[in-house]
Structures are given as structure tokens and as C-alpha cells.
Unconditional design. Structure first.
Length: 328
């Protein structure tokens, strides 16, 4: 048996309930993993509320780290006793033990702790594909400006550091002066408090009227229109989340009027669809963390049983960096 957090219907944090579930043996291509720490991400909120609907009852959560307890037929990259971490479908990481597909589970280097592993996989792999794969048609070279919204969050702080390592000038936005200072301390070249400043006007000022080559936006509805105004001609709007709500429909013609812009809606799970792509991306993430160029900030820890409060704080923008759920 395993302690798990399930929802029986979509709704608020109160729908997150503690239950006991039976855990069986892994089948072909699967592993059983005992978690030491679980990551908290905004996609978990989308699953809970039904923005991304799930079949009920559902155990949510996309990220964790722990030890492999059993290995199913055909799994060759993991063995019993291996330290491991993952960001993976299907949801279900809010638990002590689970059986899951092995494809996206990676060996965790000994130099990276379980809590760091649980805090970095989904967020770090997201920052990796954004900065290294979701690139504008003209490419990115050292010195280029990029705009990154919600830069004091888990993905954002990793992106600030990784962008600095790549030589990019990352313009961060955040919702308070303290969060702006946090982004700057982690490698952002500039920071804009969007509650007190017009971020589009400030971006044009920073870039001497040119605009940025790419905007990375996990906020959605509240930042969309002004973000398009921040782009230089042929710039890329890279949407990867909807924290403020989904972007309303828009006429494609507006992209031409604003400078022949490009728009893409990215998801991590397309990028990690194969064992090979997952491992290659994880290797890049592990390397940049082990080098010290990127440090994983775990700013909040909640016992798994306090997951309702963790969700409330995440939605209220009370968190910075990464948040994990701990298991005793």
C-alpha cells in the first residue's frame, strides 16, 4: 500500500485528499519507484482545476525523485537500487510509491540530492528546451535580448542562470520588487516589476526600441498582447503555460501587422517523447547543475499531507523558486 493524494472531481485545493492505494508489480517497460521527494508545479493546478482534465479518481503530480524498487521486463537503463528522478506522464507523483513507465525515468547522479532532483526535473527540462530548442527563426547568439515572464518561479530562476551561461541578456518580469531582485541575483540582465511598470514600454527602452528576439511566457492571458508588442520583426512568441488563464482566440493577421511574428505553444512532453530525447535533455540538465552554473533554489517545503496549503500558496503567487513535497 502507498499513501497518495487523489482528486475525485475537479475543483479547488480542498479536492486534494489523502488515500491509501494498492501498488502492484511493474509490467513490461515499467518500474516501481519509492519517492524521497515530490516536485510541485503549476501543471498540477491545471490538472486539479480541470483546465487539463483527467479521468477520475486521479492522482496528480508530474515530478519526483527516489529509489527504484522493481524493474519490469524490457527495462535496461535502470536497476533495483538505482537513484532516479523524472518528469513524466501520466500524472501520479503525489504518493509514496508508484508503478510507472520507465521511459522518462533517469538515473540521478550521486552528486545531486533527492530533493534537488525532485525540484529540478520538470522545471529544468522546461528551461532547457525553451532556451536551446524553442528558438526564433534568426537564432540566438550571445548578447541577444530575451524576455522571460514569471522569472522568479522555479522555471524562471533556472532560465535566468542558464541564459547567463549562454551569454543571453534575459529581461525578467515578476510581481514584486523582491522577486525582481531574486531574478537579478540569479543572472537576469534586467528585471521589470509588471505591477508598477508597463513592461512593454520598459522592454523597448532597454533594447533601444528594437525589441527582443523571443518572449517566453507561462502566464498566458494577462501578458499575451503586450508580449507581442515586445518582439522585434520575425520574433518568436513561445507560450508554455496559462497561469492567468488561456489566451483568447486572435486573428493571425495581427502577427503580420506586428512584424511578421512567429507563435508557438510548447509542451515538455513532446520534447521528452522518447527515451533517447529524455536522456539527452537530462544529461544536459545534470551537467549544467553539476558545473555550478545553475543552482536549484528550493524555497518552500511542505509535507505531502499539507499539499492543499502548498497549492493555495502556489496559486496566490506566494512562492519563489522551486517547491517540493516531502515524505517522512
Amino acid at each position: 500500500m502507498s499513501l497518495a493524494i487523489q482528486i475525485r472531481q475537479h475543483g479547488g485545493p480542498e479536492e486534494l485528499q489523502i488515500v491509501d492505494v494498492a501498488v502492484g508489480e511493474p509490467g513490461p517497460g515499467e518500474v516501481r519507484i519509492r519517492h524521497h521527494a515530490v516536485g510541485l508545479n503549476f501543471i498540477d493546478v491545471y490538472h486539479r482545476t480541470g483546465l487539463y482534465p483527467l479521468s477520475m479518481p486521479a492522482t496528480i503530480g508530474m515530478e519526483a525523485a527516489g529509489v527504484i524498487e522493481a524493474v519490469g521486463e524490457g527495462v535496461t537503463h535502470l536497476r533495483v537500487g538505482d537513484r532516479a528522478a523524472y518528469a513524466s506522464n501520466p500524472p501520479g507523483s503525489y504518493c509514496e510509491v508508484r508503478v510507472m513507465p520507465a521511459r522518462c525515468v533517469c538515473q540521478l547522479p550521486d552528486s545531486i540530492g533527492f530533493e534537488t532532483g525532485a525540484a529540478m526535473m520538470l522545471k529544468g527540462l522546461t528551461a532547457q528546451y525553451l532556451l536551446l530548442k524553442a528558438r526564433p527563426v534568426e537564432g540566438l547568439v550571445p548578447g541577444d535580448f530575451v524576455l522571460f515572464h514569471a522569472a522568479a518561479g522555479g522555471v524562471g530562476l533556472i532560465a535566468c542562470q542558464w541564459a547567463r551561461a549562454l551569454g543571453l541578456q534575459l529581461i525578467a518580469t515578476a510581481g514584486s520588487e523582491a522577486k525582481c531582485q531574486l531574478a537579478l541575483a540569479n543572472g537576469a540582465a534586467h528585471a521589470i516589476n509588471y505591477r508598477t511598470e508597463d513592461f512593454a514600454a520598459r522592454v523597448k527602452e532597454i533594447t533601444a526600441g528594437q525589441g527582443v528576439k523571443v518572449v517566453y511566457d507561462s502566464v498566458g492571458k494577462d501578458t499575451w498582447d503586450k508580449s507581442l508588442d515586445c518582439l522585434r520583426p520575425f520574433g518568436l512568441m513561445a507560450s508554455f503555460g496559462n497561469a492567468s488563464g488561456p489566451v483568447p482566440p486572435f486573428a493571425p493577421g495581427m502577427l503580420g501587422a506586428k512584424g511578421s511574428l512567429y507563435v508557438t505553444r510548447q509542451t515538455l512532453f513532446t520534447h521528452i517523447a522518447t527515451r533517447e530525447s529524455t536522456q539527452a535533455m537530462a544529461d544536459a540538465l545534470f551537467a549544467v547543475v553539476q558545473s555550478g552554473q545553475v543552482k536549484i533554489h528550493i524555497d518552500q517545503r511542505y509535507p505531502l499531507q499539507e499539499v492543499q496549503q502548498a497549492h493555495r500558496d502556489l496559486e496566490a503567487r506566494k512562492t519563489t523558486g522551486s517547491t517540493i513535497l516531502t515524505l517522512s
